[in-house]
Design a protein around this ligand. Structure first.
Ligand SMILES: Nc1nc2c(ncn2[C@@H]2O[C@H](COP(=O)(O)OP(=O)(O)OP(=O)(O)O)[C@@H](O)[C@H]2O)c(=O)[nH]1
Ligand SMILES: [Mg+2]
Length: 251
């Protein structure tokens, strides 16, 4: 069954990081105006009178070597982006916390996004890595670079690896990197529009230095959170429906 993606800002409050009432929450992921680094066992600490639920997700970054997977993981976590390309020689994970306010009821949630980044060449060399990356994955970000036409043409191959009856429902978003290098752009806007229409997938754009602010990552993180939350609601809804009919079981 095809699932309809939510329209941007329909589920979570867009630009909430700019609102006064978000300060208490965003201050927990910042330290001296920079993003805090969270290890695997760390999490933001809220005062006892503020109860916030945390929802956990596994996100896989897919794309050709050099397209910017490691750089995107660093960008989303607020870390420095390496200027040179060092091929990732295994699986690296990065934890990103992002607070979100739901439109419907004003409820605040912390999204804990564990980003899985595996070097493309390593992935091809060792067959056991992709199954590990696919296990219990909630979303895939398909990356292409605006300066590398072949990475854009390769998207259909990347997406094909994640389509089929054996793959459970996952959120799929496309991210175009190196949008800042517009002088070297190899993928015209028209082709991006055609791609979006053909594949019915949203294309987001990133590029440039990582700033100290939250504004440059907010659109991508909000969009990802929104799609993940929507997917959970649809899955919970259909599981309820199936169990009422006696045809399915709740996991
Ligand atoms: N200007 C600019 N450079 C970028 C951007 N994203 C990545 N880069 C650069 O592109 C190069 C490759 O990026 P990586 O993130 O290492 O590529 P990767 O996809 O992880 O590559 P593998 O680990 O080999 O699969 C690095 O030199 C980055 O600094 C961007 O948005 N803008
Ligand atoms: Mg890498």
């Amino acid at each position: 069954m095809a699932r309809v993606a939510p329209s941007c800002g329909s589920i979570v409050v867009a630009d909430w990081h700019q609102c006064k009432d978000s300060k208490e929450y965003f201050s927990r992921i910042l330290h001296k105006k920079r993003r805090k680094n969270f290890g695997l066992l760390e999490s933001p600490v809220m005062p006892p009178h503020v109860a916030v639920d945390t929802v956990h997700y596994k996100i896989f970054l897919s794309g050709k070597s050099g397209v910017g997977k490691t750089a995107l993981a660093a960008r989303l976590a607020g870390l420095n982006i390496p200027n040179l390309h060092y091929e990732t020689t295994g699986i690296e994970t990065t934890v990103v916390y992002w607070p979100v306010k739901l439109r419907e009821n004003g409820r605040v949630l912390f999204f804990r996004l564990q980003l899985w980044d595996c070097g493309e060449n390593t992935l091809r060399r060792f067959d056991h890595l992709l199954p590990a990356c696919k296990e219990q994955v909630d979303a895939v970000l398909f990356l292409f670079s605006f300066t590398d036409r072949t990475s854009f043409d390769d998207l259909s191959n990347q997406i094909a690896k994640w389509t089929g009856t054996s793959v459970r429902h996952i959120v799929k978003l496309v991210v175009g990197t190196k949008f800042d290098l517009f002088m070297h752009c190899d993928v015209p806007e028209r082709d991006v529009r055609d791609f979006q229409e053909t594949w019915n997938l949203r294309v987001l754009r990133v590029g440039g230095e990582v700033s100290d602010g939250l504004g440059d990552v907010a659109p991508l993180l909000n969009c990802l959170a929104e799609n993940l939350w929507h997917q959970d609601c649809v899955t919970a809804g259909s599981a309820n429906h199936q169990s009422q009919q006696g045809t399915g079981t709740l996991r």
